[in-house]
Design a binder for this molecule. Sequence first.
Ligand code: T46
Length: 401
Amino acid sequence: MDKEKHLNQNAVNAIWSGIWHNGKPGKFQEVFRHHLFVEGYPVFKKYIPQEAKTILDVGSGSGRYGVSFARDFSNTTVYLTDIVDESILSAKGLAEEAGVKNVVFQKEDAGALSFPDDFFDVVFADAVLQHVPNRANAMKEMTRVLKSDGTLIISAVNVWNPPHSFYKKLLTVLGKPYPYGYEKSFSHKEFRNLFRQYHVEVIAEDGFYPAYGMYRWKEFYPIFKTLGRMANRATKILDFLTARLVSRKLGFEIFCVGRKFGIKVQHSGIVRLPETSDEKNGSLIIGEFDKVIPFPVKRLYHIANVKDLKAVRGGHAHKKTDQVIFCVKGSFRLTMKDGETMQKIYLRNPAIGIRLGPKLWHTMTNFSKDCVIMVLASENYDESDYIRNYDEFLTYIKNNP
Ligand code: T46
């Protein structure tokens, strides 16, 4: 496993502005020929829905992915964004060369995007999260600007690509420090957990170019150029026989594709609390009631210490009480029924609450051992406000549409 050096955002920006500054005009076509891109692009492309109208490329770098999406999805507007001016310049040059017009260039910090909520059909970030010092902010922002049911695609270097880890070690031993020594390698498990934490349902996992780690050794011995190519062919055959198992597990880069969940039942909604966080000092989540809670709050209660993991709580609806439910620690499953539609959601992010309006049947199950729930309610406790029988609930909503 990598031992990451922690760099702040300015230091990371300085590294990248140096890299793109060297990408002088005239060399732009080369980025399309780079092996990593040649291997990666077709694998990413198949996860972009044909009907996507807006794609955000976060940390677009040279622009090779964003420009290619714009070329291949001509009814889409692709927003290429990067925190480094030199990257934007490189990407603009590439778009000009490729002759694509359906592109927008914007300087953006992945951790503080200027776009409104629920704006993009696809948010794509190739090999960016591994460079971002504040990953929580970047995840929060990327999922904020993504539409409900939109597609999130995030890739990073794979912790399970031994040739790459070895390459980094060898550079260090030879006194040639790896320029991105601070980068974090990811596993699929980490991606899955991260996606779930931000309420994005994982729909696919993939990876590409397992041989790249070895191909890079050509820097030390030229023979590895040939061996890397041979290894690449071998992995392609193995992938063909194993439904891409080798690339998915051992790819130099791996990625996760997810769909942002949306509320499908009536009388509900998502309440997002602003959050500031950093990897070292933790997070601060703020709820100014009059700004974020859609009703005046009269009561707060917590549910905790659920010892029986098979416990079932809730199993009722309210006639008048409006509520927002948060999982401040651990996780649980919330099932909601409005009489026609049922929806199940795992709550696990303390900054994301679910509104439980009146006339919405709700049940809480699958509690983690450490689960702590917090509920804000519009009314004080009143047992006569509860409907605790499902048939009665159905009759009630029929008579009180
Ligand atoms: C809800 C879900 C999300 C009170 O006396 N005062 C209160 O403020 C509350 C919330 C409960 N109680 C009494 C009523 C019951 O005798 O505490 C007992 C347990 O309540 P209940 O079985 O309703 O707990 P849950 O977890 O099933 O439901 C609670 C809330 O009651 C309910 O409004 O929407 O959490």
